[in-house]
Ligand binder design. Structure first.
Ligand SMILES: Nc1nc2c(c(=O)[nH]1)N[C@@H](CN(C=O)c1ccc(C(=O)N[C@@H](CCC(=O)O)C(=O)O)cc1)CN2
Length: 319
C-alpha cells in the first residue's frame, strides 16, 4: 500500500497552494472532456473507442498501472481489452498478438506496458503496432512525426508534462528548458515538445559533464531519470518551474511504502516558482493522456479530427 510520508512537507494536491501544479485536478478535467468526446463519438458513429493493454510478466508496479488504465478506460465510457501474458512469453508470441490487435476493428488503441522482460526487444514490439493505433506514440512513425512537427500521436507522459507546463505558462517562447534524462519514453519526446513551444532546449544524459550546472540554467526543469531525489535545491534556478517525472517506491517508517520523485521536494519547494508533487503530479496525467490519445485515434480512424481538446486546458491563471 502507498502512503504519503507523515513528516514530508509536501502539501497535498488540491490544497490550492499556487506553487503546486496539481496533476490530479488537471487530469480529472482532461478525463471528463475525453468522456464527453466519447459520448459525442458514439452519437456520431455508433462505435465505442477500444483500448488494448498488454502486460508481459508480473512486475507489481506495472500491474497497478495497467489495472488503473483499464478502470479509467471504462470510466471514460470506452472499451478495455486486457492481455496478461506470462514472464516467459517470447517475442514472436507477443508480435503475433500485436498483429491480431492491429487487425481487430473494435480496437482503436494498443499499448504494450514497459518495461518488457529481457528476451523481448521493446523497439521491435512498439514498431509492430500500427501507427494509427500506437496510442503510446513510441513507434518510429509517430516519433518521426513529432521530430518533424507533423501531427501524430504524442507519447503520454511528455504530453502530460506539457499540459502541466501550459497550466502555468501561457507562453514558453524563449525560455530555457532543461530536460534531465534522454529516454525514448520521456526525455527525447519531451525535448521535441518543448522545441515546438519555441523553448531553447538542453537535454542532459548519463555522460553530461555538469548536469547540476545545466539544471541551474533552466527556467523550466523536467526531470526523468528514475534516480530518487537526484535533484537537490542547489540544482534549481530561483523561480523555475519543476516537473518531476520520477516515481520510486521507498520504504516508509510505518513498514508500508511511499512514492518519491527524482526531485527532493522539500529542498526544491522554497526555491521553485512552480513544482509538481509525487504522487499527484505527472502520474495521473499519463493515464489521462492515454485516454485522450485513444479517443483521438478512434476519431482519426473514423475520419473525424477533433484534437482541440488539449487546447482548452490552458489555465486562465497561466502567465
Ligand atoms: N507503454 C508504457 N509503459 C510505461 C509508461 C507509458 O507511458 N507507456 N509509463 C510508465 C508508467 N505509467 C504508465 O504506464 C504510469 C506511472 C504512474 C502513474 C500514476 O498514476 N502514478 C500515481 C501514483 C500511483 C500509485 O499509487 O502507484 C501518481 O504519481 O500520483 C500512472 C501511469 C512506465 N511504463
Amino acid at each position: 500500500m502507498t502512503t504519503t510520508s507523515p513528516d514530508s512537507k509536501i502539501p497535498k494536491p488540491g490544497t490550492s497552494d499556487p506553487k503546486i501544479i496539481d496533476g490530479r485536478a488537471i487530469a480529472k478535467t482532461l478525463t471528463a472532456r475525453v468522456a464527453e468526446g466519447v459520448r459525442a463519438f458514439h452519437a456520431e458513429t455508433g462505435a465505442t473507442p477500444g483500448l488494448a493493454v498488454v502486460l508481459v510478466g508480473n512486475d507489481p508496479a506495472s500491474e497497478v498501472y495497467v489495472r488503473n488504465k483499464a478502470l479509467q478506460t471504462h470510466r471514460a465510457g470506452m472499451r478495455s481489452f486486457m492481455h496478461m501474458l506470462p514472464e516467459t512469453t517470447g517475442e514472436a508470441e507477443l508480435l503475433d498478438l500485436v498483429a491480431r490487435l492491429n487487425a481487430d476493428p473494435a480496437i482503436h488503441g494498443i499499448l504494450v506496458q514497459l518495461p518488457l522482460p529481457k528476451q523481448i526487444d521493446p523497439v521491435r514490439v512498439t514498431n509492430a503496432i500500427a501507427p494509427e493505433k500506437d496510442v503510446d506514440g513510441l513507434g518510429e512513425v509517430n516519433a518521426g512525426r513529432l521530430a518533424l512537427g507533423i501531427p501524430g500521436i504524442v507519447p503520454c507522459t511528455p504530453l502530460g508534462c506539457l499540459l502541466l507546463l501550459r497550466s502555468v505558462h501561457a507562453d514558453m517562447r524563449g525560455k530555457h528548458a532543461v530536460v534531465i534524462g534522454a529516454s525514448n519514453l520521456v526525455g527525447k519526446p519531451m525535448g521535441q515538445l518543448l522545441l515546438a513551444e519555441n523553448c531553447t532546449v538542453s537535454i542532459a544524459h548519463i555522460d553530461t559533464r555538469d548536469p547540476k550546472g545545466l539544471a541551474r540554467e533552466g527556467d523550466i526543469l523536467v526531470v526523468a531519470t528514475g534516480r530518487r531525489a537526484l535533484v537537490q535545491g542547489d540544482w534549481i534556478r530561483p523561480g523555475a518551474t519543476i516537473i518531476d517525472v520520477g516515481i520510486t517506491r521507498v520504504p516508509a517508517a510505518d513498514g508500508k511504502t511511499r512514492l518519491a520523485g527524482d526531485v527532493d521536494f522539500d529542498a526544491a519547494y522554497p526555491i521553485a516558482g512552480h513544482i509538481t508533487p509525487v504522487p499527484g503530479g505527472v502520474g495521473p496525467m499519463t493515464i489521462a493522456c492515454l485516454l485522450h490519445n485513444t479517443l483521438h485515434a478512434a476519431q482519426l480512424g473514423a475520419g473525424l479530427d477533433r484534437s482541440g481538446l488539449l487546447d482548452d486546458l490552458r489555465s486562465e491563471s497561466a502567465s
